[in-house]
Design a protein around this ligand. Structure first.
Ligand code: DGI
Ligand code: FE
Ligand code: FE
Length: 402
């Protein structure tokens, strides 16, 4: 097994790290990549204003998740858990002892690579690990890299592979932290990492969560979910915006509802119940036991309480899972957009997509009927609001056949 080790302070992890990690996975054909946030680097203290280890760890987790290879890419706390200063030589030896059959690859950026001979016990590092160095595609760096490669091979018998990373993001962490404290720097960060920084007010960001512009709102929402759900949420936002234009609803509110609609999807039942209690949402017996029915309610509460969204957005999110009798246009739009956004794929989705732009009520009813049929097929209890939505629509002359 080929294992990559990508260490660093990840203070914060940025798009340069992401590009490098992706390039190493591909170029080396790694089976596994360990992102390894350093406890405190041996050669320097973390700069003032750096977040605690727990936050750097959480951001590294976001970066790992961003690669969308959950089995292969993991965050390792090996160095963070080790008391005192952490040395790479110890790390690679420890990993080697754990898995003697595996081939270890230490991934390093330019500065690290060019100073590798000055690290503690370079011979021990290169005894246990091969070295993969990322370089930008400019010529001057290529020459210095080649010289360093030769030197390390000669002095330590190192195995070295240089990989060019096209479009490697040129940003120092120092500069990025400075930008963040001035309310800038978004373009250097993966959205979910940026959102984590905003939500926790790291690096002096002080964002006013109740008045976020759309890019910041998206970042915060994505930070609350797994990367694999982000495409769906983006799809819902765009579809809701299109439907709002078609049906004369407020496009901005439709977008914001789309962005936030599944923001609590990853909370477990106890957390969902605690939020409902905190915000005074009354639940029936089915809701108390079916976690899938709660994220719409808790998502609405977070949208209002944390992000300052207005009632229209609150209610659109609140009803997006079951629907209900007598819905507003925005509520219908979010429900239908959630059902047929471009990433959805089920039998009949094309018909629903077409109908959504011809007759919103019939599209809504088709969605509700599809859910009812699915609940019957899966022998799950149908929520009373789902039934109420159907009954209200049919009582008002709306009809579809499945
Ligand atoms: O959050 P999404 O996956 O994007 O979609 P959603 O909010 O519509 O949630 C879908 C889930 O909700 C799906 O697993 C089924 C569940 N659900 C929707 N209506 C009902 C329901 N579950 C029960 N038991 N009864 C319902 O009426
Ligand atoms: Fe949902
Ligand atoms: Fe959804």
């Amino acid at each position: 097994m080929k294992i990559g080790i990508y260490g660093g302070t990840f203070n914060p992890p940025h798009l340069g790290h992401l590009a490098a990690a992706r390039a190493a996975m591909d170029a080396l054909g790694l089976d596994k990549l360990l992102l390894m946030p350093a406890a405190t680097p041996p050669h320097k203290e973390l700069p003032p204003g750096s977040p605690p280890a727990a936050d750097r760890l959480a951001m590294a987790e976001k970066l790992a998740d961003a690669l969308l290879m959950p089995k292969a890419v993991q965050v390792s706390t090996l160095e963070m858990d080790r008391p005192g200063p952490s040395y790479t030589a110890d790390t690679v030896e420890q990993l080697h002892e754990r898995e003697p059959e595996s081939e270890l690859w230490l991934l390093v950026g330019s500065d690290m690579f060019l100073s590798l001979h000055t690290w503690r016990e370079p011979e021990r590092i290169m005894k246990y690990a091969s070295v993969c160095a990322f370089h930008r595609t400019q010529a001057d760096e290529a020459a210095r890299f080649a010289a360093q490669k030769e030197r390390l091979e000669r002095d330590y018998g190192a195995r070295i592979q240089l990989i060019p990373v096209p479009g490697l993001v040129e940003i120092s962490s120092t500069r990025l932290r400075e930008l963040l404290s001035q309310g800038e720097g978004r373009e250097y960060l993966h959205p979910s990492v940026y959102g984590y920084i905003l939500l926790h007010g790291l690096y002096g960001t002080h964002a006013d969560l109740k008045h976020l512009a759309l890019p910041e709102l998206r970042a915060c929402s994505y930070a609350m979910m797994k990367e694999k759900r982000v495409a769906h949420v983006q799809g819902v936002e765009e579809e809701a915006a299109r439907l709002a234009r078609r049906w004369g609803a407020d496009e901005t509110l439709a977008r914001r509802a789309g962005v936030l609609h599944d923001c609590t999807k990853y909370l477990e039942l106890p957390e969902q119940l605690a939020l409902c209690r905190q915000y005074g949402v009354e639940l029936d017996a089915l809701e108390r036991s079916a976690v899938k029915l709660l994220h719409s309610k808790t998502g609405a509460c977070i949208a209002r309480a944390v992000f300052g969204e207005p009632d229209e957005v609150y209610w659109a999110i609140f009803w997006h899972t079951t629907a209900k009798a007598d819905m507003t246009t925005l509520e219908k739009i979010l429900y239908v957009a959630d059902y047929m956004e471009p990433n959805r794929d089920f039998e009949g989705v094309e018909r629903l997509r077409a109908l959504a732009y011809e007759d919103l009520d019939r599209a809504l009813l088709l969605g509700v009927e599809t859910t009812i049929q699915e609940m019957i097929d899966r022998q799950l209890p149908i929520h009373s609001n789902t039934l109420a939505a159907r009954d209200w629509l049919t009582a008002h002359g709306v009809s579809v056949t499945l």
